[in-house]
Design a protein around this ligand. Structure first.
Ligand code: PEP
Length: 258
């Protein structure tokens, strides 16, 4: 497989900068103890904005192979946008990934597919990798229309994108009913949607792009279920909330290949 698996820890609104320091030091230690092979799994932490400078300092000073990114970004370059953070501010801090379209932002900040697509565009243009989240609510899953729903979110966000650009992004499928609930989609449920995403990418952007684009699963992924999820042919990693807040469990998940 040419797609390097990615384990991405989304800290959400947890941990101040001192706690962030502690977690990254602990993560580095556990990865070292486990002889982590970064060619077999890329490791990414996604802290709150206020922690990023601290994470950068540790990563740089200790020459860690851990990548870091942001949970959101503005579509504007600068100016009168109180509370927003630009792509330039993130690249200056060494961020290489940015999440957009997380269900919590879609729900609490009314983010549309179009805005999510514009954020992804902005991030890619700034030289970082977008992690574009999608996923259905429980009612949609119960109605059996989850695949169409998820594909429509992705297609709306990536409308008019080139195949070359789509190949550079990461898509994270996160069924809302599985986020932070302890209720994981079965590996077969996750594969069904991740496989459909890859199939749709092949139809819309060609087989080569579909082969290159990484598709992650997210939703109560943990050290106990990660191996089975990662054994699925169209799952290239995980976006991990709760289990990424403990250095040992996150490091264990990064070592799923062992
Ligand atoms: C997430 O918020 O992206 C997530 C997957 O959270 P959790 O792992 O806690 O379900």
């Amino acid at each position: 497989m040419t797609r390097t698996p990615l384990m991405a820890g989304n800290w959400k609104m947890n941990l101040d900068h001192l706690e962030a320091n502690h977690l990254v030091q602990g993560l580095a230690m556990h990865l070292r103890d486990n002889n982590h092979d970064y060619d077999k799994c890329e490791v990414l932490v996604i802290p709150p904005f206020t922690d990023i400078r601290t994470v950068q300092t540790i990563v740089d000073s200790e020459e860690l192979n851990i990548k870091y990114g942001a949970q959101d970004v503005s579509i504007h370059d600068n100016g009168a946008y109180t509370g927003e953070i630009s792509t330039a501010m993130l690249t200056k801090l060494g961020c290489t990934y940015v999440v957009m379209g997380h269900s919590e932002r879609r729900e609490y900040h009314s983010e549309s597919d179009q805005l999510v697509g514009a954020k992804a565009r902005k991030v890619l243009d700034a030289g970082m990798t977008p992690i574009l989240c999608c996923g259905e609510a429980l009612e949609v899953r119960k109605a059996g229309t989850h695949v169409e729903f998820v594909l429509s979110q992705i297609r709306a966000a990536l409308e008019n994108w080139s195949a070359e650009d789509v190949a550079k992004i990461v898509i994270a499928y996160e069924p809302i009913w599985a986020i932070g609930t302890g209720e994981t989609a079965t590996a077969a449920d996750a594969q069904e949607v991740c496989g459909a995403i890859r199939q749709a990418l092949a139809e819309d952007f060609g087989a080569q792009t579909a082969e290159s684009t990484r598709v992650l699963y997210g939703g109560s992924a943990n050290p106990g279920n990660v191996k089975e999820l990662m054994a699925q042919p169209d799952i290239d990693g995980a976006l991990i909330g709760g289990a990424s807040l403990k250095a040992e469990s996150f490091a264990a998940m990064c070592g799923f290949y062992a």
